[in-house]
Write a protein of this length. Structure first.
Length: 511
């Protein structure tokens, strides 16, 4: 046991002392000594010299850099933080508003959808159900075209709805960790520790800016694109009466490894690079000096696919491009008035809304005219989020699900997204408000001896005030957003928020 500890403690020292080429002989001598010492001290099987050499070579190197920041420079940085805080506050309100208005719209959609959705079969598309919300349960999604990988000579003629490849390169990864220390007079010293590891990664790192010059040796096969690439089937039939649009095809997530369907070697297109099978998952393209271990610059690829499978669709049935097959479109909110709409009129309105692109929806939700300049942040948030988070019912689920199960999944996804955006918006408000006091806290730190303590106490007080302001602003946004779509819920939120804020203020006054 003590011998193993000695080995682990000595390895980093040896790694720093031995350079790669000139001291290879010394490296093996040290490795032999360590292996013999372990064998003599314990009755266990000794490490081989090659194993110890490998551990010496892989011992992480460490680089430390220290930088000092004067009080004046910290004051300038705090002013930058002040500006960033203003930006965060300006954008936090549109983020929260978009989230809360979307949640209110989705809850209305779910409520209306539960009452209007029709469960239909997929054997044939019934004309009467066009432009109406339908639930097609348990039909088979089947690929009807060839799917090819964009980078490799890999293609499937059948039983493949989606195909994906992940290319990784064995490379050196730089990690950094900062430690800060306050200095007398308001200055600050920052020590950054850089460590390095060799690992597989699907994101290629350019090592040209690494702190350790000896680690600037990352490379990859020429012309190889590192990362994840995918291709969806251009024609997917759903039952005998429908074709799946590309948005629903992208929701098929029943992924499987494609290794068993591939030969022993695959090539990039044009046969520039050959990747040989190593196991059921990975194909490797190794360097000419391959010795059984991964070398810097080695590449590997894995493939996965979505086979034909049973699925459930909840969306608006729409007229397709073929005579015997319909397709699906998004089911979105429309204005129905106080007394509702006739079914034919409602179908036309639903179809008109479904045909709108995400850009059209974003423009409909954006401020226009003179308000466009005042609501620039709102418009930017809407433009960025509308394409992926538009309020609509347009879902494909793997497997066979009844209508209640579909709406339960939609509601759970909505709750998760809602709280993610809420927390993000709250953090933006809180950090933004706290950042506004950065110059004040920096000024306190210049006070000799008492500066750090005064800054800590002032920071705690500001922390509480920012938290209280964040709660008030966030609650107000939720209430106003719900007023447009669900007034009763807005009233409930208003009463609860007022009670919560009053309680916190009473506790603070007693303390």
């Amino acid at each position: 046991m003590h011998s193993r500890l000695l080995v682990l403690l000595v390895l980093p020292v040896l790694a720093a002392a031995l350079s790669p080429a000139p001291r290879l002989q010394n490296k093996h001598r040290f490795a032999s000594i360590l292996a013999i010492h372990q064998n003599e001290s314990t009755g266990e099987k000794a490490l081989s010299t090659d194993d110890v050499v490998a551990r010496v070579e892989q011992a992480p190197s460490v680089v430390r850099t220290s930088t000092s920041t004067s009080w004046l420079q910290r004051l300038q940085d705090s002013l930058t933080t002040f500006v960033i805080g203003l930006v965060l506050i300006v954008f936090s309100i549109p983020v929260l508003w978009f989230n809360e208005s979307r949640v209110a719209q989705m809850e209305s959609l779910i409520s209306i959808g539960k009452s209007q959705a029709r469960s239909v079969g997929g054997k044939a598309a019934v004309t009467e159900n066009r432009n109406w919300l339908v639930h097609v349960d348990g039909e088979t999604a089947k690929s009807a075209a060839t799917v090819s990988d964009p980078q490799f000579d890999v293609s499937f003629n059948k039983n493949c709805i989606r195909l994906s490849s992940t290319v990784e390169v064995y490379q050196i990864i730089e990690h950094s960790k900062n430690e800060e220390r306050e200095k007398l007079g308001g200055g600050k010293e920052t020590t950054t520790t850089y460590t390095y590891t060799e690992e597989w990664s699907s994101s290629y790192r350019d090592s040209g800016s690494y702190q350790d010059v000896s680690k600037r040796i990352n490379r990859k096969p020429q012309g190889l694109e590192v990362g994840v690439q995918g291709q969806d089937c251009s024609r997917v039939e759903f039952g005998e009466g429908f074709l799946l649009p590309e948005e629903l095809i992208g929701q098929c997530t029943n992924w499987r490894s494609a290794g068993e369907r591939l030969p022993e070697a695959v090539n990039t297109k044009g046969s520039r690079l050959e990747f040989k099978r190593a196991d059921q998952q990975y194909f490797y393209c190794r360097s000419s000096q391959h010795d059984g271990h991964s070398q810097l610059g080695d590449a590997r690829v894995s493939f996965r696919y979505v086979p034909d499978h049973e699925a459930t669709v909840l969306a608006l049935q729409a007229d397709g491009s073929e005579e015997l097959r319909d397709t699906f479109m998004p089911y979105r909110l429309i204005r129905r008035g106080w007394f509702g709409l006739d079914e034919d009129v409602e179908k036309k309105a639903l179809l008109k809304q479904a045909k709108k692109s995400y850009g059209d929806l974003a423009r409909d939700s954006s401020c226009t005219g003179c308000l466009a300049c005042l609501c620039c942040a709102c418009n930017m948030v809407v433009m960025c989020c509308q394409s992926r988070l538009a309020p609509e019912l347009y879902h494909l689920f793997d497997g066979s699900l009844d209508l209640d199960e579909c709406f339960a999944i939609i509601a759970s996804r909505l709750a998760m997204t809602k709280w993610c955006f809420r927390v993000a918006g709250w953090m933006m408000i809180f950090i933004g408000l706290y950042s506004l006091f950065a110059p004040f806290l920096t000024l306190l730190k210049v006070i000799p001896f008492l500066g750090p303590l005064a800054a800590s106490l002032g920071g705690a007080l500001i922390y509480f005030l920012c938290f209280l302001c964040t709660a008030i602003i966030a609650s107000a946004i939720v209430i106003v957003a719900y007023l447009f779509y669900r007034p009763i819920m807005a009233l409930v939120y208003g009463v609860l928020s007022a009670a919560a804020v009053t309680g916190v203020c009473m506790l603070a006054s007693k303390a």
